[in-house]
Design a protein. Sequence first.
Length: 414
Amino acid sequence: MKIAVQGCAHGDLDNIYATLLARQEADKIKIDLLICCGDFQAVRNEKDLESLNVPMKYRNMNSFYKYYSGEKVAPFPTIFIGGNHEASNYLWELYYGGWAAPQIYFLGIAGVIKFGNVRIGGLSGIYKEHDYYLGHYEKLPYNANDIRSIYHVREFDVHKLMQVEEPIDIFISHDWPQGIATCGNLNSLLRRKPFLKQEIEEGTLGNRAAANLLGKLKPSHWFSAHLHCKFSALVHHMDNDSVTKFLALDKCLPGRKFLQVVVDIPSDMGPYELQYDEEWLAITRKFNPAFPRTRCRANFSDAKLDIQDCRQFVREKMQVRGGKPFPFIRTAPCYNPGQPVTKQYPSGHCRNPQTEALLELLELQYFLDDSSVSEDQCQSRDLAPSRGSFNYRSEDIPIDDEEEDVDFKGAEDA
């Protein structure tokens, strides 16, 4: 199985797919899957641009809308996570994962999925400590603060991923796991990104939660983006002598190292299909009652179901309906340059039928537009969020940064 990886997409699907098709033809290979590491920008129409945290000059449609409307079809199955420049209103509809367009699957705010025999996990967003212990309190329409916090990584989602016990082949995060810079060619990185030096020396560059997940899950491969450069590293896990091959890639621009065919995993003969992951659905079933929909910290004592009972429940459900994700359904008007949709598109939360179907299958309550716990209840139950003073200076990597493309001579290629 040959898997291609893309760094920051920034909505430029036409050029990404064209580049990959050309590579496939030139190398006489068949690409089975494309993985995109965030800043995907699944913008369906003009209204979605209001939830996209980018400077005004970058609030444009790009090309995802063509794949959403059916004007074009992705030439490769595509899996993506969210970064810090996203149409957050749409991704929130698909919190648990789902088809953002035909052939294009959003892994969810946190999730694990299977593609053939390859197990792929991911965490959307970026790390900012002072929001980490908060619940998912943001609600549509997003205000100026919500639009900048909606994509911050939360403890609840990381906690669920930390419960995964079965081996992960590939893990995806948008920002890099904290500490990864010292596991590759640091001098080469600093020649290209000298402004990162202080954070690297302080040990604060990157995602602290992702570093914890890296140490726990020990995936064979880990892919990231965000810092707009190519960087590879090897992480040796001393407790079991395993190694994680890390690779970060650039954004989609001419002359930049934004796309690479990096994984050739032994597998059964294709064609390959996406399938729900049994263990992950069991974890989802167990912890969904603790879903934090206010600023309150998640109360994990609300997750009372036994995980083995959840596993058996999911197994029986999958035996009846199969493991394929629920089919794609449009939930918003398609982009039409001659017919703006701003006034006809509701400003509140839209319930995506894929999400509703998955929750119905797992017999879980829908919390994405719910505020069943008040802030007062939060305080009385001693669930007030912890407040940190950590300042993640690299939250906003300039979209229009320009740098000389320097050949990378770092750790062994991932």
